[in-house]
Ligand binder design. Sequence first.
Ligand code: SF4
Length: 348
Amino acid sequence: MFSKDIPSLLSPWYRKVARPLPWRENPTPYRVWLSEIMLQQTRVEAVIPYYQRFLSVFPTLAALAEAEDALLMKCWEGLGYYSRARNLKKAAVTVMTDFGGVFPSRYEDILSLSGIGEYTAGAIGSIAFGLPTPAVDGNVLRILARLLGDGRDVLSPALKKEYRQGLLAIYPSGKAAGELTQAFMELGQRVCTASGTPKCAECPLASLCASKDGGYAAIPYRAPKKARKIEKKTVLLLLCDNAFALSLRPAEALLGGLWEFPNVEGHLSAQEVFALARDLGLSPLGAEAIGEAKHIFTHLEWHMRGFLVPCEKKGGENLVFATDEDIQKKYAIASAFRFFKKFIAENK
Ligand code: SF4
């Protein structure tokens, strides 16, 4: 299906152009794994400072296995998709208990760890252990679809499976496996890019490519997506004794384990917010609208309306009260509430 010349064209090119990224120095399984998890959904430039800070706080897999949840979330704050951080810790605990503290080197064992899917297992297997395991993500799908001039839906699981099988037939082992995986990543980020015109004149695979003369414009094809679900919410900034109320999102919920400002479903009026604050066990003095904010998840949008609600004194069940400084520095607040955090910082 794929030319057996792909590795011999791509790997030497990669050796020439590879950028010195922190996870490429000393690619231990722990470092490769952490970088691959952070790079999911996040750009390389944004990941670098998080990666370095995370490693300075949790330098080893054993340290991560013993991480306090609050510190773990604080180190992840701003990266989004927080289940990634929770799964990292879960997997670290599994490595300590089931694999004697040594990161497993069999593909199936790597794949069995929390938060590790086929792509990440393939990347860790090839880069850290030299296994002939391809890592097929959006970059690789785009490159391969363009190489073949394949106009089928690139998001289809069947196509992904077919491409993975095709790559398995040509994938090398040893150091060359990791190089090929990283070469695909580099090519997708810098040459055969997702946006803009691909740089076919610089592409080491141009001699094999069916799309180099402009066919790339229509490939990859993606079948249209369903519209996102919209959820309306009312967010309360309950201000008592110079501190704002926060509550902890349940572990199993979206953004679980992070802090939020108390909120309810639907868009309430000022009178309804006033009544709600009373129901929460507080003595509100008023309710003033402070604006609207939107947060977009993959399949969902939150349309939030905010109110500032000064109250006589602290109270209410399951609420903690935090000063502006603690809100900005101490609590890992879900980034969906960024607008409200900023409002507090700007209205001291
Ligand atoms: Fe992509 Fe152009 Fe290279 Fe083909 S030749 S793989 S379209 S950059």
